[in-house]
Design a protein around this ligand. Structure first.
Ligand SMILES: Nc1ncnc2c1ncn2[C@@H]1O[C@H](COP(=O)(O)OP(=O)(O)OP(=O)(O)O)[C@@H](O)[C@H]1O
Ligand SMILES: [Mg+2]
Length: 447
């Protein structure tokens, strides 16, 4: 949207030249020749920028500025003050002006000040949108404040606003693809209709086809009655095709036809049925590679990829780890009797440093397990599984075939027994055949 500018000045020449300047830059320009009209317009139209002359027929500039701030507290106002009037300038800034310029006005200086104001306004708008989106996404269960998550939310919002666009969500396992798909659906105009999901990898080809397209009565031996397919069930709503990379070669052109014509035929049917569905597909495979290897049709790939989303792995947005961990902790706390109130600093360090190959799902499982294992009130690193506490913190495994030193082997063995014992030192010591104090000494040695 083009920014709007409100000009308040009784000098017709200045008005004309500023109007010419801002219109030339594609802005929507509004004008008022006195303070009273200016304040009214500011309240009604909430312009992105206001340029206010200090010397108006009905009020002083400061009074006018205060009037504008009263009807639009966030207004960005550039004051035009009298030549050399330092006190006027100071007063203007004190009263909340964004900037001031002295008369006679220099067009170049106005442009620079306006650009600064637009940049601030753009940020303000984006922050406002993000805050709104974050609240909406939280309702759907999405948390996270990293720049990557912000980008994802903006994308989800865009896709929710365009409810007919096909979406392809790519990303590693556990990164939140299904959650993103559900959120897009629930934020879109399709929300009152169903989101139907089907996993393309979980069914045999024939079964998947009949699930998707349905069949007419008598279409095959077992087809005793008419059955609606999921495409039909999703009419008006969203069809979520999970693990689309596993879709068989023979079903790929059939899906492409649905996407291109929004019609399909039940198995055994002769009539085209019209539907209105948005397809969201997800995959944790690299589809581009599958296209190269000719296991996935190129035309279908491009048809799906109209709006691609890539879910960032958790290790690439470590700022989200503790936000998510605390979110899951609070969630799980709600369902148990004991109260786990926090995560110890040593545990936090392990969580933040770990590589999270299983992404958010793995983090959720780790927190769930820790909540069960911990007696309270904290989760400490003793309540974490071995992958997180072993040396190297799961980010790198020892190279295959490279033998461990005795110390490394002992450390690894102790960690795995500790894990099996659920962090209980006495029972771990019993399993290891050493005394509790020896175990404690070894734990200390190996951290
Ligand atoms: N940003 C997030 N905020 C809160 N929970 C999340 C977030 N991302 C993912 N989750 C949770 O993590 C788990 C895994 O998410 P989801 O099932 O959507 O992942 P996926 O990418 O579809 O995984 P897969 O490829 O294995 O099917 C779910 O319990 C989901 O609610
Ligand atoms: Mg999934």
């Amino acid at each position: 949207m083009n920014p709007s500018v409100l000009l308040i000045d009784d000098d017709k020449t200045i008005m004309a030249s500023l109007s010419f300047l801002f219109k030339g830059r594609g802005c929507e320009v509004l004008g008022a020749h006195n303070a009273k009209d200016g304040i009214r317009l500011a309240g009604e139209l909430q312009p992105d920028l206001t340029i206010l002359d200090h010397n108006l027929p009905d009020m002083t500039g400061i009074e006018a500025l205060q009037g504008i701030k009263a009807v639009m507290p966030e207004a960005l106002v550039i004051m035009l003050t009298g030549y050399g009037s330092i006190s006027g300038a100071v007063e203007a800034i004190r009263a909340g002006a964004f900037d001031y310029l002295t008369k006679p006005v220099d067009i170049g200086a106005i442009e620079i000040a306006a650009d600064r104001a637009f940049a601030v306004q753009g940020l303000k708008n984006e922050n406002q949108l993000l805050r709104k989106l974050q609240a909406a996404a939280l309702k759907e269960g999405i948390v996270g404040g990293s720049p990557q998550t912000h980008k994802l939310l903006l994308m989800i919002n865009l896709l929710a606003e365009n409810p007919n666009t096909t979406v392809l969500i790519e990303g590693e396992s556990g990164t939140g693809k299904e959650l993103a798909a559900r959120t897009i659906h629930r934020m879109s105009a399709r929300r009152s209709r169903p989101m139907v999901d089907i996993n393309c990898a979980s069914l045999s080809e024939t079964f998947l086809e009949s699930e998707l397209f349905g069949h007419e009565k008598g279409a095959f031996t077992d087809a005793k009655g008419l059955k609606k397919g999921l495409i039909e069930v999703a009419d008006g709503g969203t069809l979520f095709l999970d693990e689309i990379g596993e879709l068989s070669q023979s079903l790929q052109p059939k899906l492409l036809r649905v996407l291109e014509t929004m019609t399909f035929r039940r198995i055994g049917g002769t009539r085209d049925i019209k539907v209105d569905v948005r397809v969201i597909a997800a995959t944790n495979r690299n589809l581009a590679e599958a296209v190269e290897q000719k296991t996935f049709r190129e035309d279908l790939y491009y048809r799906l990829r109209v709006m691609p989303i890539t879910m960032p792995p958790l290790r690439e947005r470590r700022e989200d780890i503790m936000t998510l961990a605390r979110h899951f902790l609070a969630q799980m706390n709600a369902g148990i009797k004991k109260s786990i109130t926090g995560i110890s600093p040593d545990c936090e360090k392990r969580l933040v440093e770990y590589g999270w190959p299983g992404n958010v799902r793995e983090l959720k499982n780790v927190i769930e397990r820790a909540v069960i294992v911990s007696p309270g009130p904290f989760i400490t690193q003793e309540h974490l599984p071995w992958e997180l506490t072993r040396p190297g913190n799961g980010q790198k495994k020892p190279a295959a075939g490279q033998p461990l030193t005795l110390d490394e082997a002992e450390k690894a063995h102790i960690a795995s027994v500790m894990e099996r014992a659920g962090g209980n030192k006495s029972s771990a010591a019993r399993i290891l055949g050493i005394s509790r104090s020896t175990l404690i000494a070894k734990l200390k040695k190996y951290e």
